[in-house]
Design a protein around this ligand. Structure first.
Ligand SMILES: Nc1nc2c(ncn2[C@@H]2O[C@H](COP(=O)(O)OP(=O)(O)OP(=O)(O)O)[C@@H](O)[C@H]2O)c(=O)[nH]1
Ligand SMILES: [Mg+2]
Length: 404
């Protein structure tokens, strides 16, 4: 295409993307604030009750997810909070497990066993937890340096391991009790199906289908920061992003553990990702706008099924990789909005085609697969084919969808 024609097409695309942002992506600030106020009233009373009953769960919710990072799109109908476990004795991370004397039975109960080694659940991984998972082993349960001796006893542990299944079910039981005792039954429903590490509440307030709230109990990192294996490869030597001060901040913030699996703790980089996103556009760039546009397109067009193969998390991961690929501020200036959005979609299409979404901190982890190495596609690959087709349509005629 001639240069002048390309330039005017770019300008048109940028104008359309800005129009799309203003009309479809932005949420009204007052609407969000009203929703947050209502959500926090409920979450505060639940966590205050839970903490009174069990001091191991913090009463202070920690805002996480897209709201905390200014990345929510369209409607304020979903919020994420993390709930810290407190008063923990000293513990170590274990990624190679010596034989344990407990396991999980067919009905999902923890059982004592004298013969079976723990990792039987994931036989393919031998005696190791799957990549990205670990055990949390209490080295000393005496609480020597804990002022309020909060006991982590058998109700949460087995063989001195803190067991995710036990932590999650104790927390869930207490949340259920809180809803009953705090007279919240008319307003709040506890979702029975637990997906991932969260306990999900449905607040029957606000518009349409109510507001969904995820509460994720987490274990702080005990001063570990980032695991040594990650520090060997991150920040990547050949990359010039993130800036040095961010790298230091991320190293300080570090990982936490969340109860996604029943027997193993999942390493979560959520706080690191939040730190990276905080101030990501301090040079006046359009990175967050790109991500919000992609999230909205995903929701409205690319992945409308109830079990989408591409999630918000995949898109956030995509943006972080693209920031490394384009480390210069000039690449993310407002006039480059069109070029960057198309670049992101092209890269996403490649990922979808290859069925590979590399975790930003641990690239060997493919976020399109589960811990057993199976593709997360309920339609056996057809879900990915569908997204692939949608992405091609968008790349062929991006402005059509934006103006619909
Ligand atoms: N390791 C890992 N973390 C995830 C995954 N899905 C979500 N998370 C984390 O949990 C947070 C909340 O998840 P979501 O509510 O689905 O995503 P969100 O960023 O809040 O985006 P929306 O709610 O869609 O606006 C994300 O920001 C991630 O940090 C996953 O598959 N793997
Ligand atoms: Mg969310």
């Amino acid at each position: 295409m001639y240069e002048w024609a390309r330039t005017s097409a770019d300008t048109g695309l940028v104008a359309d993307l800005n129009y799309f942002t203003d009309t479809k992506v932005k949420i009204r600030r007052d609407e969000t604030q009203r929703a947050v106020k209502k959500v926090l009233e409920v979450v505060d009373s639940i966590l205050t009750y839970v903490n009174l009953r069990d001091k191991r769960f913090s009463h202070q919710p920690r805002s996480a997810g897209s709201y905390a990072s200014g990345l929510k799109v369209s409607k304020p109908d979903e919020f994420d909070y993390m709930v810290q476990l407190e008063g923990l004795p000293r513990f170590e991370w274990k990624s190679v497990s010596p034989p344990r004397h407990y396991n999980i039975n067919e009905t999902g109960q923890i059982v004592r066993t004298s013969e079976v080694q723990l990792p039987i659940q994931v036989a393919d991984f031998g005696t190791r937890p799957p990549k990205g998972y670990h055990l949390l082993w209490f080295t000393d349960n005496s609480h020597g340096d804990c002022p309020r001796a909060i006991r982590y006893s058998g109700d949460m542990t087995e063989d001195d391991d803190l067991v995710p299944l036990k932590v999650r079910s104790i927390f869930k039981g207490l949340v259920q009790e809180a809803i009953r005792e705090c007279d919240l039954k008319e307003k709040v429903r506890l979702c029975n199906r637990t997906h991932g590490p969260a306990i999900t509440l449905k607040l029957l307030i606000g518009s349409d289908g109510g507001i969904s709230v995820d509460l994720v109990p987490f274990v702080p990192n005990n001063g570990i920061g980032l695991p040594p294996s990650v520090l060997e490869t991150w920040p990547r030597m050949w990359r010039r992003w993130p800036p040095a001060d961010k790298v230091e901040e991320v190293k300080r913030v570090g990982i936490v553990s969340v109860a996604k699996d029943n027997l193993y703790w999942q390493t979560s980089y959520q706080l690191c990702e939040m730190a990276l996103l905080e101030g990501i556009d301090r040079d006046g760039g359009c990175r967050k706008q790109c991500l919000r546009i992609l999230k909205k397109l995903r929701e409205d067009d690319w992945c409308r099924s109830t079990k989408p193969v591409v999630s918000s998390y995949h898109l956030k991961t995509l943006l972080l990789w693209e920031c490394e690929r384009y480390p210069n501020s000039t690449d993310w200036s407002r006039e480059k909005l069109g070029e960057r959005v198309l670049g992101l979609v092209r890269e996403l299409k490649k990922w979808v085609n290859d069925r590979v979404c590399p975790h930003y901190f641990v690239p060997e982890i493919n976020l399109f697969k589960d811990k057993h190495g199976n593709l997360k596609d309920p339609e056996n690959g057809r879900g990915f084919d569908h997204v692939d087709k949608k992405l091609s349509e968008f790349l062929n005629e991006p402005r059509r969808l934006l103006r619909d």
